[in-house]
Design a protein around this ligand. Sequence first.
Ligand SMILES: Nc1ncnc2c1ncn2[C@@H]1O[C@H](COP(=O)(O)OP(=O)(O)OP(=O)(O)O)[C@@H](O)[C@H]1O
Ligand SMILES: [Mg+2]
Length: 257
Amino acid sequence: MSENEVLLEIENLSVKVENKKLLQDIDLIIRKGEVHIIFGPNGSGKSTLVNTIMGLPDYEVTSGDIKFKGKSILNMNLTKRARLGIGLAYQLPPIVEGVPLDAFLKSIKKNDKSLDEMASQAHLKDYLTREVNVGFSGGERKRSELLQLLAQSPQLVMFDEPDSGVDLDNINLIVEIMGKLLQKDKTIRNRENSGIIVTHSGVILKQLHVNEGYVMVDGRLVCSGPPLDIFDQIKSHGFDKCIREARKNKKSKLTPG
Ligand SMILES: Nc1ncnc2c1ncn2[C@@H]1O[C@H](COP(=O)(O)OP(=O)(O)OP(=O)(O)O)[C@@H](O)[C@H]1O
Ligand SMILES: [Mg+2]
């Protein structure tokens, strides 16, 4: 692990939505330049975690803190967090009727690259005048999410299943853009940006260098370790070992000492 400055620090975070507990006692530290990956069964809380970090409404933090560059962001709304340098490619990218993609990109753009140049990278140059994601195919929406991140240039870049529903050719393109956003060409010491990737597949893992892996089970982050080992274990044995670890954590929390 690098000795770089801490970018994101999550301490003892618990979250509920409409009185339903979705995340429990999450601890996570990500230093500048690091990329962390989260696996886990459907409905275990992976999207809830990245949505909570991004500041989507409805997610109520009931304990703990989220610090970005040393300062709590809990009292900041989504727009403030985005301006601060936090970005998310959504698992289910929203459709924004009435807003052309180029106008939207201009409103969030934080670098000196041209829209054409960024849109070409995402193979979406002909889509700039269309309304955001309206009529886009599933794969096009995923690329549109990454194009928005290219424009926003966030320092903490979160990807929620960027590879789901994407064909093999486009996965290579998506991984290439993710590498750009995560400053893959720089050495880890010189990187300013960090990432959180949520995925069910090993495709990204094999092409991007990822520092740490976890499995989310029942709203808890368990089974942390080298990402490739974790992925191999899931491939061979499913989530069983991590489910047992999550249940053990839950028990020890209920009966302290
Ligand atoms: N706004 C909400 N209201 C009620 N329940 C919610 C809400 N948001 C999430 N949940 C529930 O929280 C649980 C965790 O959902 P989440 O989307 O975080 O899972 P996930 O790990 O991302 O799953 P997947 O792999 O299917 O994307 C699910 O049971 C989901 O139905
Ligand atoms: Mg999800």
